[in-house]
Design a protein around this ligand. Structure first.
Ligand SMILES: Nc1ncnc2c1ncn2[C@@H]1O[C@H](COP(=O)(O)OP(=O)(O)OP(=O)(O)O)[C@@H](O)[C@H]1O
Length: 349
C-alpha cells in the first residue's frame, strides 16, 4: 500500500504542482515558507480541495483523478489533526475519540470501548469524561491524536500539530508523538514551520517553494546538502541522539557532548551550525566541546558558507567568508570543531 500523488491545484494566481509519494509507515514532513502551498497540498489530500490535474492514489485505490474520480472527504480513510480545529467542545474526551468510529458505523458500546483503549494509550484514561475546555493544550493535542488514529486510517494528516503548545509542553508532546508515529502503520503527512519538529518526527522532508518541490530527502541528507538558501536556513541544525547522564550526553554514533542543562535518559541533542567554530589546533580556554574533524565539503550560500565535517560526531558549521579564507578550507583538511556547552540543547527523545 503506497501513497502516490501528483497534486495539481489551480487557485487562480497560485498553482500547486507537487509530486508526492510515501510508503506505509513513512512520515513525510512538508516544509516551506508562508504561501508555499503546504496547506493547499494537505487540503487536497484530505479531499477538501479538488485536484485540477494530476492524480492521488492510496493503496492502489483512486481518491482523486480528475476529471472523472473524486472520493469525498468523509469516504477517505484519513485521520486529521489540524491546529485550529482540534476537538468538539460539547463532547467529552471519550466521545471525541469515539466520534470517528461512530461516524463509520461502529456501535456505541464498541466505539466507546475502543476510544477508551486509545485514551489509555495516550495517557489520558482518567480524563475520559473531561470536556475539551478543561484539558490543557498538551492533553487536548493527545486527544486529537487519539481521535485521528482510532479509526486506523490509511493516511494521517498533521497540520502544525504542536504549534499551539508552550515550549515545555511541546517538548514532551513531540517526544510522545514521535513514539505514536513509529507505531502507526499508515502514511503520515506532517505540515510544520518548525525544523526541529520536522527533523525529529519525519523520515523524509519535502520542501516546497512557490507551489513546487525544491528539495526532498532524509532530514540529515537535506541538512548536509541544502539546495536553496531557504532550505539552508531552515534545516540548519546539528541533531543527534544519545543517552544523557547529567550534563554529558554519549552520542549513539560515537563521541560525547556537554550540554547546557543536565538531563537523564534518551535525548535529542541540538545546536545550530553557526554555533560551531573551527580551529587549526585544539582550542584552549573555556570549558567547551572540542573534537577533531575532517572537512568533507564546503558549500556557499547567500549569507554564509556551510562546511560539512566528518568526525565523532560529524557536524555542520556555518562560517564567515573571512574564516573560509583564513583557514583555506578544502576537503580532507584536519581541523578542530568547538561548540560552547551553553549553545547545546538536549530534549527528551
Ligand atoms: N481560498 C483561496 N483561493 C485562492 N487562493 C488561495 C486560497 N487560499 C490560499 N490561497 C493561495 O494559495 C497559496 C498557497 O497557500 P497555502 O495556505 O497553501 O500556503 P502554506 O504553505 O500553507 O502557507 P502558510 O505557511 O502561511 O500556512 C497562497 O498564495 C494563497 O494566497
Amino acid at each position: 500500500m503506497t501513497l502516490d500523488a501528483r497534486l495539481e491545484v489551480d487557485r487562480g494566481r497560485f498553482r500547486l504542482g507537487v509530486g508526492l509519494t510515501a510508503e506505509p509507515g513513512e512520515v513525510v514532513a512538508l516544509l516551506g515558507p508562508n504561501g508555499a502551498g503546504k496547506t493547499t497540498a494537505l487540503r487536497a489530500l484530505a479531499g477538501l480541495l479538488r485536484l485540477t490535474g494530476g492524480h492521488l492514489r492510496v493503496g492502489g485505490r483512486e481518491w482523486d483523478v480528475p476529471p472523472g474520480v473524486f472520493l469525498p472527504p468523509e469516504r477517505r480513510p484519513i485521520g486529521v489533526v489540524f491546529q485550529d480545529y482540534l476537538l468538539f467542545a460539547h463532547l467529552s474526551a471519550l466521545e471525541n475519540v469515539a466520534f470517528g468510529l461512530r461516524a463509520r458505523g461502529a456501535g456505541r458500546a464498541a466505539a466507546r470501548a475502543e476510544a477508551a483503549r486509545w485514551l489509555e494509550r495516550v495517557g489520558l484514561a482518567e480524563h475520559a469524561r473531561t470536556r475539551p475546555r478543561a484539558l490543557s493544550g498538551g492533553q487536548a493535542q493527545r486527544v486529537a491524536l487519539a481521535r485521528a488514529l482510532v479509526t486506523r486510517p490509511d493516511l494521517l494528516l498533521l497540520d502544525e500539530p504542536l504549534a499551539a503548545l508552550d515550549a515545555a509542553t511541546r517538548l514532551h508532546v513531540r517526544a510522545e508523538l514521535a513514539g505514536h508515529l513509529r507505531d502507526y502503520p499508515g502514511h503520515t503527512l506532517l505540515v510544520t514551520h518548525d525544523p526541529l519538529d520536522a527533523m525529529v518526527l519525519a523520515d523524509r522532508l519535502v520542501v516546497l517553494e512557490r507551489g513546487e518541490v525544491v528539495q526532498q530527502g532524509a532530514p540529515a541528507e537535506v541538512a548536509r546538502r541544502p539546495r536553496t538558501d531557504y532550505v539552508a536556513d531552515l534545516v540548519g541544525l546539528n541533531l543527534y541522539r544519545g543517552t544523557a547522564s547529567g550534563a554529558s550526553v554519549a552520542l549513539d554514533g560515537g563521541g560525547a557532548l556537554t550540554v547546557a542543562a543536565p538531563a537523564a535518559g534518551r535525548v535529542h541533542v541540538v545546536f545550530p551550525p553557526n554555533a560551531v567554530s573551527l580551529h587549526p589546533a585544539r582550542p584552549g580556554g573555556s570549558p567547551r566541546n572540542a573534537w577533531e574533524v575532517t572537512v568533507a565539503g564546503v558549500e556557499r550560500h547567500a549569507h554564509t558558507t556551510r562546511v560539512r565535517l566528518e568526525g565523532a560526531p560529524p557536524v555542520l558549521a556555518d562560517v564567515t567568508t573571512a574564516t573560509v579564507a583564513e583557514l583555506r578550507l578544502k576537503p580532507g583538511d584536519r581541523l578542530w570543531a568547538a561548540v560552547k556547552a551553553t549553545e547545546v540543547s538536549a530534549y527528551p527523545a
